[in-house]
Design a protein around this ligand. Structure first.
Ligand code: ADP
Ligand code: MG
Length: 698
């Protein structure tokens, strides 16, 4: 048996150092193993050879067999092109190249028979094929038998003529060398139980399928393996962590919790809030460290659950801390929570980046003496200088802004790691959650507090502002407040800020009788705070803002959200922004203002927003439209989402299945000593070594 991962791609025939460098740079292909795991994205039937007399300019990719009669060069410099006259017994067409000319004329001989593959175009009354793939008749072995694999390549690769065809050729060379069976890492039992095609067969067939059925089996086998190791990794990580870290036991629900519940709680908890609190209580009483993800749509009342969980920590003589992704949000949590705890004699403090000097010192020492019971803050809390005497619970709000590494730092704030509750309002489709947060237990608040009316969402084209302004006027006359949001995207921050400033001036002119406030990320926190406060207290009727208000901001009296240039926001962002309204009992409205010209995908995004208020539905749609790589949360999640073959939506059933299999293996072979699984654990170790991030999913 040979180890393909130690075979450098450079020594494959037809590759060499130059191409090897490009392959490693562009596709991270270093070894034969890497190459074999670079899968085609589609296949095309190449069993048929057309005659030139049969083709017209509207046909898809096809094959011809014939000879080059002569070459001709046209143009100069950039406009240089090479034309070859290619003929079979029925006629002739032009082949055209715009680059790689020297290589082509050096490589292909006149009057020799070739098989050519390309897409015919009709140009100036003649049919031509640009940049065709050309093979010696004797070289075309595998592809002519049927399905030809297609590989994604980059611009850089194409410039060096490393196109799909060239990759296919390399692949064919490697596949032909695959004589001996490759070592399996999945156990014989798994392979037998799930009737998996052998790895060698799978790799052979994924590139050069013998028939559609063997292609299917190959795909299944490779997807199985890919998803299996991801799940094994996450679940093993979670199991190890559970064993390593015992959690503080919160076994009493005491005074503070009860006092709050009976005296301070301004409303009834929803059934969902009650259920989640029970789940949390069970976790923190179990003696194991809690790692729980709390999902609840915007406005579902997660803050209250967080607060009551913190009170349980306090009742058991521990401190608690709540971390928010922005200063605005931390401030607001601080306000909300101190308000809710009025009269209870619990010291709550706020720690953000802008709290410095003496004030900060006082807080730090209060944490060490335990005079401070609850700390609310931003990631400033994560800094190494912040220590608690006995931190029992950390709540992380709006998780998608926190990276894995940041979360891991919490572990070191105590001898014993605190319980962790991660809250997110960006619902994550189940399959994604299983992968990204696969080691966290999940609680879901699937119920909004009573009396909420679904937000009415409309899509408005840019020039229909008059009716919008009239509407805003009416709403403010009724006592409501209005948000107007402008996009702020990093690359063009200056232009965006200009938009916002102009918008601000314009809105002030449009509504001279109202007070308009303004918040954006470039303001210092005192200014931001002042502007926010004006809006919260109802002194300002309109707030012009960037997405800094995206998460968590809670002003129940605001009932109109206008999103300018809505085409520039992603679905989850739009949903977050919309979630700023609909928090009171009044009917709320969200207006998505866009340009006329919209890309198809953008139009779909806006349609979804108009159709549904359900965060889960939106998240699913988002995943479908954009793929997991772009979803918020996935970039920082550690798993880079370079799934090579599996698809989190289409393969969700398989994902669940392999997760169960992985869990069974961990349960039945907890010490990893069963010889049957030796290769499997070894494979996991290799994967973890290779991708540091991948190993650190938490
Ligand atoms: P989110 O889940 O988006 O963080 P919040 O915790 O900010 O939601 O809660 C949204 C609003 O709902 C707040 O004004 C809060 O006071 C209110 N709220 C929370 N729970 C309830 C409840 N059980 N009944 C009525 N209102 C509630
Ligand atoms: Mg919140």
């Amino acid at each position: 048996m040979f180890d393909l991962s130690t075979r450098n791609i450079q020594f494959l025939s037809g590759v060499g150092p130059q191409r090897a460098a490009i392959l490693s740079k562009e596709l991270k292909i270093y070894s034969l193993h890497d190459l074999l795991h670079y899968f085609p994205y589609k296949y095309m039937d190449r069993s048929h050879i057309y005659r030139i007399s049969e083709i017209d300019g509207n046909m898809p990719y096809l094959q011809l067999k014939g000879r080059i009669q002569w070459f001709e060069l046209f143009g100069e410099g950039k406009h240089k092109r090479l034309v070859a006259h290619f003929a079979d017994e029925t006629g002739s067409i032009d082949l055209i190249w715009f680059h790689g000319i020297k290589y082509i004329t050096g490589k292909y001989k006149l009057h020799q028979e070739y098989i050519l593959f390309g897409k015919p175009n009709f140009f100036k009354g003649k049919i031509n094929i640009a940049h065709p793939d050309i093979d010696n008749v004797s070289d075309v072995v595998l592809p002519t038998m049927g399905m030809q694999p297609y590989y994604h390549t980059t611009e850089k690769m194409k410039r060096s003529l490393l196109n799909s065809h060239a990759i296919g050729k390399m692949m064919s060379t490697v596949v032909k060398q695959l004589q001996e069976p490759l070592p399996e890492t999945l156990s014989t039992k798994i392979i037998a139980d799930y009737r998996l095609m052998s790895l060698t067969e799978a790799l052979r067939n994924i590139h050069f399928p013998q028939n559609p059925d063997s292609l299917k089996k190959a795909q299944y086998r490779l997807k199985f393996e890919e998803l299996f190791y991801i799940q094994l990794n996450i679940l093993k990580y979670a199991t190890d962590r559970r064993q390593k870290y015992r959690g503080a036991v919160f076994d009493t629900v005491g005074n503070l919790f009860h006092t709050f519940y009976h005296q301070n709680l301004p409303f009834q908890l929803t059934d969902a809030q009650k259920r989640v609190l029970k789940e949390i209580r069970k976790d923190v009483g179990s003696g194991q460290q809690m790692n729980r993800l709390l999902q609840g749509d915007v406005g579902s009342g997660k803050t209250l659950v967080a607060l009551m969980s913190m009170l349980i920590a306090l009742d058991n003589n521990f401190q608690a801390c709540l971390i928010a992704p922005t200063e605005i949000l931390a401030n607001q949590h601080y306000e909300t929570i101190t308000n809710l705890l009025k009269g209870m004699n619990i010291r709550v403090e706020l720690l953000t980046g802008s709290i410095r000097g003496k004030k900060r010192k006082v807080i730090l020492s209060g944490l060490l003496t335990k005079e401070i019971s609850i700390l609310i803050g931003t990631h400033a809390v994560m800094e190494d200088t912040v220590h608690f005497l006995s931190l029992g619970l950390v709540v992380i709000d709006e998780q998608h802004r926190f990276g894995v590494a940041q979360r891991a730092r919490l572990w070191y704030k105590n001898v014993q790691p605190p319980h962790v509750l991660v809250m997110t309002a960006t619902p994550i489709p189940r399959t994604l959650a299983m992968t990204v947060y696969g080691d966290l237990d999940v609680s879901i608040i699937d119920e909004l507090p009573p009396g909420r009316k679904p937000i009415n969402t409309i899509h408005l084209f840019g020039n229909r502002k008059e009716s919008l302004y009239r509407f805003i006027h009416q709403q403010i006359d009724k006592g409501r407040q209005v948000y107007i949001v402008y996009p702020l995207i990093k690359e063009s921050e200056k232009i965006d800020l200009k938009n916002l400033e102009e918008g601000f001036v314009h809105i002030r002119e449009e509504f001279p009788e109202f007070k308009v406030c303004k918040v954006h990320g470039k303001m210092n926190s005192a200014e931001k705070e002042e502007q926010m406060q004006a809006f919260i207290e109802g002194k300002a009727q309109i707030m012009v803002a960037t997405t800094v208000i995206e998460v968590g901001v809670n002003v129940p009296n605001a009932s109109v959200m206008v999103i300018e240039n809505a085409e520039r926001f992603g679905l989850s962002q739009l949903h977050q922004l919309r979630g700023r309204v609909g928090r009171g009992a009044e009917q709320s409205h969200c207006i998505l203002a866009t340009n006329y010209k919209l890309a198809e995908e953008t139009r779909k995004r806006l349609e979804i927003m108009v159709q549904t208020n359900d965060g889960f539905e939106i998240a699913e749609a988002d995943l479908r439209l954009r793929g997991p790589g772009d979803l918020e949360g996935t970039q920082q999640s550690g798993i880079a989402f370079d799934l090579k073959i599996a698809d989190l939506i289409r393969d969700s059933q398989l994902l669940q299945q392999v997760r169960d299999i992985a869990q069974t293996i961990i349960n039945t072979d907890p010490t990893g000593t069963n010889p049957e699984n030796e290769a499997l654990w070894e494979r996991l170790r290799t994967l973890r070594k290779r991708n540091v991030n991948w190993a650190a999913i938490s």
